[in-house]
Design a protein around this ligand. Structure first.
Ligand SMILES: Nc1ncnc2c1ncn2[C@@H]1O[C@H](COP(=O)(O)OP(=O)(O)OP(=O)(O)O)[C@@H](O)[C@H]1O
Ligand code: SF4
Ligand SMILES: [Mg+2]
Length: 387
């Protein structure tokens, strides 16, 4: 061990005196906005211990045109047995953030910072081999298009058994038995016959079930479902959602469900995270976010849902397009499209990025907006338009 030189000691004493003074000042002021924001993002809205914790996740793609900031400071958490829905328009960063959790980005072309913890273990920085073990073992991903995950030249049964054998040292017969059980569990009739068939011999709904069977064959604790029902007709969609719900009850998995369909959110989600231009703009329990939304972008999403009762002329799609992620607008990213920005004093909407702060000054429902009277605007102006 070396003893520090007197000057070094002096510097470090001065530094620690400085740190102490700063800490004392912080203690007097209370937690900084950044700390409160971080805490709000991490706290699960349910108050339960989370299994997946995403903290301050940033994903950037350097391209010939500049750096695409696809995900910016995203934090959320999901406990076992709960479903978090991530919603937002196309290009808001839903898939990119979830692919980061799966470690599916090309490392050479992607800059990822922040923390992704699964059952307490950090995933960022793991080697490709270690990540492969996590994928398919603790985590499974179900995509919108099963064709992209199912190999056209191998039978369905073969693909499910092999997915099992990658993570378990078992004979082909044992793996086959397991695959047949999974086909049965996901509601595929006549599993023995279906085991030997190829993906093109399955209908769209059956292929989606087969992909879910393949994803769940290793009892993952976390399922990431990225628009799992978008390509399916309404009846099959409802069946697949029911299946996910039942499997969650049986296995107690945490689910991250990515969708742009707020009807699906209302049906499935315990918690909801609304993303806009790579950032979380509202986060809370489904009850809070759907019944008391506090961000104009969330209001816009709700107003743009087609409902059976609403006359079509009442539908109000959000005007304009999401911004380019190569060049985000200054201030609130939603400001070029926001019908309420003139209600905020001065130029704050175009100069200051709003922090993600608790809606009622406390609690786990957070939103990112400078408006002061969000509750009254929602109740007196937005809600009547929704009914
Ligand atoms: N490899 C990449 N290189 C550059 N930009 C990318 C790359 N992958 C994704 N992006 C950009 O990141 C942004 C977020 O994409 P993402 O796929 O997460 O959107 P999304 O919210 O899932 O949209 P959708 O609802 O259409 O699936 C998009 O603008 C997309 O073009
Ligand atoms: S901060 Fe301003 S621009 Fe952004 S959502 Fe709120 S009112 Fe609209
Ligand atoms: Mg997507």
């Amino acid at each position: 061990m070396t003893t520090p030189a007197p000057e070094d000691r002096k510097d470090s004493m001065a530094e620690s005196a400085g740190e102490q003074a700063a800490a004392a000042a912080d203690a007097k002021r209370g937690p900084s906005v950044a700390t409160r924001e971080k805490r709000a993002g991490l706290m699960n809205p349910s108050g339960e211990t989370p299994y997946l914790v995403v903290e301050d996740l940033t994903v950037k793609f350097p391209t010939a045109d500049g750096v695409v900031s696809a995900v910016n400071g995203l934090s959320y958490s999901v406990p076992l047995g709960r479903t978090l829905s991530i919603v937002g328009e196309s290009g808001s960063g839903k898939s990119v953030s979830s692919m980061a959790v799966m470690g599916l980005h090309d490392r050479k072309r992607t800059q990822i910072t922040g923390s992704i913890r699964l059952g307490g273990d950090e995933l960022i920085g793991l080697s490709e081999n270690d990540l492969m073990k996590v994928r398919g073992d603790a985590v499974a991903m179900v995509f919108q298009d099963p064709q992209s995950s199912l190999h056209p030249l191998y039978t369905i049964g073969n693909q499910i058994s092999e997915a099992y054998r990658v993570h378990h040292k078992v004979s082909k017969d044992v793996a086959k038995k397991r695959a047949l059980e999974m086909l049965d569990l996901v509601g595929i009739p006549n599993p023995i016959r279906r085991f030997g068939q190829y993906p093109h011999e399955f209908s769209g709904g059956m292929r989606q079930r087969a992909m879910i069977a393949m994803g769940l064959v290793n009892d993952p604790k976390l399922i990431i479902a990225d628009e799992p029902t978008t390509a399916l007709d309404v009846t099959v969609q409802a069946q697949i959602l029911d299946l996910l719900n039942n499997l969650q009850k049986e296995f107690g998995s945490a689910i991250v469900l990515i969708t742009h369909d707020l009807g699906v959110v209302a049906e499935m989600a315990d918690d909801v995270l609304v993303m806009y231009a790579g950032r979380c703009v509202e986060y809370g329990t489904a009850e809070d976010v759907l019944a008391n939304p506090r961000m104009p972008y969330t209001w816009g999403l709700l107003e743009s849902i087609p409902t059976v009762s609403a006359a079509s002329e009442k539908l109000r799609p959000i005007k304009g397009l999401p911004p380019s992620l190569l060049n985000l607008p200054s201030g609130c990213s939603f400001n070029p499209r926001c019908p309420y920005k003139d209600r905020v004093k001065g130029e704050r909407c175009t100069t200051d990025l709003p922090d993600l702060l608790p809606v009622d000054g406390a609690g786990a429902h957070t939103s990112r907006c400078h408006l002061h009277d969000k509750a009254s605007i929602y109740e007196t102006e937005v809600l009547p338009r929704l009914s």
